[in-house]
Design a protein around this ligand. Structure first.
Ligand code: ARG
Length: 458
């Protein structure tokens, strides 16, 4: 049985088996900095409302500083009564500052306190995620520069489709990660809202100046409804959604790298620093970092689903189920930042193999649509050209060659509109060159995008 801060109305202590499930201190102590920041601001708010004297408020601030020092140095001693970070800080404050510590919780609830702490924490976490994603983008810009001039097949259904600049392929991921960063910024804006001053559910009964409080804590907006402020967790859910989407992108990039580094593709090799060995097979170079990006993405999605499930059935306002938000958010944060770092290193460690890339272009009739476009230029309607090229592909397959290697006579027998200029049209380079509309893989377009990203990302 353990002594509780809220023990007044109980004759007996809490059963240890409930206590074990209930305690969040083991994981929410991670919020110590934010909890102390929030408490410090709350002491100021109480002082402004003349609930605390200046002397008492000063003593509380001084005590909180001492508690912060203990957390910072790792000397904070946990007591069995420390149910969560809020009770732990208040307990220690009272030990250090004396009875004045018992005045701090006036007009405040752990319900508005925990929301405040987590939002403060998430705002910083958003900034750190943004930095981590930017590092991956930078690594991708570097890789795209190293891929200078290399052409690979673009795939649809993982079947060779058309030639594309490898740099263009890599730049696609920079775009995805950029939208992720945009989502982070937008979600951060919604997390920038002060819950403190909402009490347990219905608001605080003391004349708290919440505008001044918001300013103290650096919140842009103030929660307009106390029930919403203490009962909602969509900010946590959104954090999990946004990081999950970013992780999905890192996972896809990881899968590309796994494929590229395989003997079957061979488009890239992984440097020693980002390859792992096998305990049995001496020849192996395994892309563990890239594989883990795939695996870890499942974790963040799981965190999202877990919190969504916990949220969807509970009535307003606070319910203990809501305590489940923190482990999920912390885990998603650690996973995202860690995966970004590993993926930036993995991308930095990629060396492209131009010969293998070139080899992959030789089979697969990658210029089939170019041939159809050629016929369109000669006046054939596209749908008819599509059918004609289908027959030409069949003829090439019968001869065991690529359409680009097929002799003119065979082509002309199927499509009399084909002339000998077809062979200058049907090259990988001219196929790339022709994709010069905005967003296409033409070298000048890709170069402009690379320059743009290099400038934007530094
Ligand atoms: N540890 C709790 C949580 O994370 C803090 C809020 C507790 N509130 C309460 N009324 N028991 O949700």
């Amino acid at each position: 049985m353990s002594e509780k801060l809220w023990g007044g109305r109980f004759e007996k202590g809490l059963d240890e088996r409930i206590d074990a499930l209930n305690r969040s201190f083991p994981f929410d102590q991670r919020l110590w900095r934010e909890d102390i920041e929030g408490s410090r601001a709350w002491a100021g708010a109480l002082e402004r409302a003349r609930i605390l004297t200046k002397k008492d408020a000063n003593a509380i601030r001084k005590g909180l500083k001492a508690v912060a020092k203990e957390f910072e140095s790792g000397s904070f001693e946990e007591k069995p009564s420390d149910e969560d970070i809020h009770t732990a800080v208040e307990r220690r404050l009272t030990e250090i500052a004396g009875d004045v510590g018992r005045r701090l919780h006036t007009g405040r609830s752990r319900n508005d306190q925990v929301r405040t702490d987590l939002l403060l924490w998430m705002k910083r976490a958003y900034d750190a995620c943004d930095e981590a994603l930017t590092a991956v983008q930078r690594a991708l810009v570097g890789a795209a520069e190293r891929a200078n001039g290399i052409i690979i097949p673009a795939y649809t259904h993982l079947q060779r489709a058309q030639p594309v600049l490898l740099a263009h392929h890599l730049l696609a991921y920079i775009e995805m990660l950029d939208r992720d960063r945009d989502r982070l910024t937008s979600a951060r804006g919604r997390a920038d809202m002060l819950p403190l001053g909402s009490g347990a559910a219905t608001g605080t009964a003391f004349p708290i100046d919440r505008r001044a409080l918001a300013k103290d804590l650096g919140f842009r907006h103030i929660a307009r409804n106390s029930m919403d402020a203490v009962g909602s967790r969509d900010a946590a859910l959104e954090f999990l959604a946004v990081t999950s989407i970013a992780m999905t992108h890192l996972s896809r990039l990881g899968e590309e790298i796994v494929l590229w580094a395989s003997a079957e593709f061979g488009f890239a090799q992984l440097g020693d620093a980002v390859s792992t060995g096998s305990s049995l097979l001496p020849q192996k170079r395994n892309p563990d970092g890239a594989e883990l990006a795939r695996g870890k993405a499942a974790r963040t999605v799981g965190n999202f689903v877990g919190v969504a499930g916990a949220l969807k059935g509970i009535p307003l306002a606070y319910n203990k189920d809501l305590q489940e938000d923190k482990e999920a958010v912390f885990d998603a944060f650690d996973t995202t930042v860690g995966t970004c770092a590993a993926m930036a290193a993995t991308v930095d460690g990629l060396t492209f193999v131009p010969e293998r890339c070139a080899e992959a272009l030789r089979r697969g009739h990658l210029l089939a649509v170019d041939l159809a476009d050629y016929l369109v230029e000669k006046g054939v309607p596209f749908r008819s050209a599509h059918g004609v090229v289908g027959s030409i592909v069949r003829a090439a397959e019968e001869k065991g060659c690529d359409i680009a290697e097929l002799d003119l006579a065979t082509m002309q027998a199927i499509a009399p509109q084909i002339e000998k200029d077809v062979h200058t049209w049907l090259t990988i380079e001219s196929s790339i060159r022709r994709r010069s509309a905005l967003g296409g893989t033409a070298a000048r377009r890709v170069k402009a995008q690379l320059t743009r990203w290099r400038k934007a990302l530094g």
